[in-house]
Design a protein around this ligand. Structure first.
Ligand code: RIB
Length: 300
């Protein structure tokens, strides 16, 4: 069975329910505070495993984050290459407003350590059937991309959070880009989905783009086709991790199939379910829950 090697972050999410996002100079009382497992890497590893993929997570945690490893293990993710370091784990300070929208500040912690040795070991027996997934919360992404490409792996880059260092990576090595609207605009300079796809294909003619649009669904495009997927309407409680859930379920199906339309439908359903539950990793549904949901809802 092909594997997805996820070189990704792990974070301790400190989640504050707030009446509105705090303004400059304001001191705001939260209405609730909870701690959840998170980090885009951890969330995506758990989503891929729940979606049925064989997942190896490469990264690091500190002693304060050993419970994050337990979350990965419980989901069936292989944590052989998750290193325990003496530095603090990655942290995220997350505000969630009454509409379920979030605002996130992250602290890199052990996600910013050097992971070249673990990556080299994890990819030592990898081959063309496998995938490397990367987000932009870890350091050393150029090393990971070059190593994976030498071994013939397909590379998926979720360009989140977007910044100059993401844009300066060897992006020609990437096979699938997963971006939201603002990340897509930074990548292509375009803002409307059709313009984004057109500009993307001109620049990356051998790659594919998955553009997530929140309540407006998602678009997949490559040089040969464009596929759109509507969002399933739900009442959002907490949107944190919805993009990670989408990416994870999408890849868990794309790793063994070229049925992009079905992968998008399953990913959209999983993301819809995730926003109805609090937290990031804790809101990721099981494959059975996604299947049940799809049997009950229709977008027609
Ligand atoms: O995508 C959501 C995640 O972003 C949160 O879990 C937080 O840790 C940040 O990395």
């Amino acid at each position: 069975m092909p594997r997805i090697i996820n070189y990704g972050s792990c974070c301790i999410d400190h989640v504050f329910q707030v009446p509105h996002f705090v303004s400059p100079g304001e001191t705001l009382s939260s209405t609730d505070y909870r701690v959840f497992p998170g980090g885009k890497g951890l969330n995506q590893s758990i989503a891929m495993a729940k979606g049925g993929a064989r997942v190896i997570h490469v990264g690091a945690i500190g002693h304060d984050g050993q419970w994050l490893q337990a979350e990965l293990d419980a989901a069936g993710v292989d944590t052989t290459y998750l290193t325990l370091l003496s530095a603090p784990s990655g942290q995220a300070i997350i505000q969630v407003d009454p509409n379920g929208e979030n605002a996130i500040v992250i602290v890199g912690g052990t996600n910013q350590a050097n992971h070249e040795a673990e990556l080299t070991q994890a990819l030592s027996d990898a081959n063309e059937q496998d995938m490397l997934l990367i987000q932009n919360e870890t350091s050393g992404n150029a090393f990971a991309m070059a190593l994976a490409k030498r071994k013939g792996l397909r590379i998926v880059f979720n360009m989140a959070p977007m910044n100059d260092s993401a844009l300066n990576l060897p992006l020609d090595l990437v096979d699938y880009f997963v971006v939201n609207e603002t990340e897509a605009e930074a990548l292509t300079g375009a803002s409307a989905p059709d313009e984004i796809c057109k500009t993307f294909i001109e620049r990356f003619s051998n790659s594919a783009l998955v553009l997530t649009l929140g309540q407006d669904g998602a678009v997949y495009c490559d040089a040969e086709r464009t596929i759109t997927q509507r969002a399933f309407p739900v009442t959002p409680l907490d949107t944190t991790g919805a993009g990670d859930t989408f990416t994870g379920f999408l890849l868990s199906h794309l790793i063994g199939s070229d049925q992009v339309d079905e992968a998008l439908r399953i990913a959209a359903a999983a993301a819809a379910l995730s926003v109805t539950v609090e937290g990031a990793a804790t809101s990721i549904p099981t494959a059975q829950a996604v299947e049940n949901f799809l049997s009950q809802v229709s977008l027609d």
